[in-house]
Ligand binder design. Sequence first.
Ligand code: AMP
Ligand code: TRP
Length: 335
Amino acid sequence: MKIISGIQPSGELHIGNYLGAIKNWVRLQGDQKNDCFFFIADYHSLTEDYSPKEKSKEILDLTIDLLALGLGPKKSVIFQQSQIPFHTELTWILNTLVKIPELERMTQFKDKVKKQKHNINIGLFDYPVLMAADILIYKAEAVPVGEDQIQHLELTREIARRFNDKFGKFFPEPKSILTETPKIMSLTDPTKKMSKSGGDKSYIALADSPKIIKEKVKSAVSDSGGQGKNAGLTAQAGGDNLLSIFNALAETKEEKVEYMNYKKDHKAGKLKYSQFKPRLAELIINYFADYRKKRAKLSKNPEYIKKVLKDGVDKASAIAEKTLKEVKKKIGLTI
Ligand code: AMP
Ligand code: TRP
């Protein structure tokens, strides 16, 4: 199966990114039947406030993170979006197939309009069409993402159908692939999804030190937390969220049994957070120990990281160029 996904270089990776998306990327590239493309969505990241001084470091750091988590240049094509001009060229063509109200309905756009009132730029609005181009230009069939991207994928399928109806069958309609934890919630407000914009304590960054992880898990809202009108809801969601993180990271049989017991206790209202939380922190710390080691090693070799990205661009670019040529022909631009 042809598979593609992207991630924005905008600050630290958190366990939501890993458990919602990257865990699946690593799994999918392990199957020889799959043809996998994973990229740094740097053009998408320009739609939020950013510092030009930081950007190139963010791109390199994210690539290091992906490699340290197990993506491999021998198994997947790993590249930087902005280095392949064909994505944005296809975006222009696809733009003419999309209606303004369709983009106005996008939940992520509406959320970001509220969050960055000072910077409601056209890129933010057109974001889903660039995403559709990223996917369709490789004629991908499946896209592993977190739940928040499902609406964008529905639009991508709609764009593919529209193109096919108008110009003849060409693009596959890509489906989404979700993990068992497609939406990890914030540690400080479990009614919201975990995200970098929720503040330092709301997420666990993969690069957090063991000490910080322990502190963050300890202060996470659980069943005893939550006040005000959403208290009941928050209480339930907090405990469920921590348990689902435990379950997703439990690998051995013993850990799975441990999870079942915690879950049973939670259901019966008897879960002792004073025991469960330190154990969860320990599980997170151990799970990402290997990642932290690999990351430290890879960080010493920026030339290797640049080479991985350059090789990836060469491979992806050839495919993207070919698709765009075919598209131009189909829509009548080739004279
Ligand atoms: P982003 O950092 O927005 O580029 O997201 C990268 C990937 O992580 C996307 O596939 C998202 O859907 C996924 N993701 C982001 N936040 C979460 C979360 N809280 N839970 C699960 N998946 C997430
Ligand atoms: N919008 C995605 C996110 O924020 C990133 C992304 C850009 C993407 N282009 C894509 C994901 C194409 C999958 C396929 O998570």
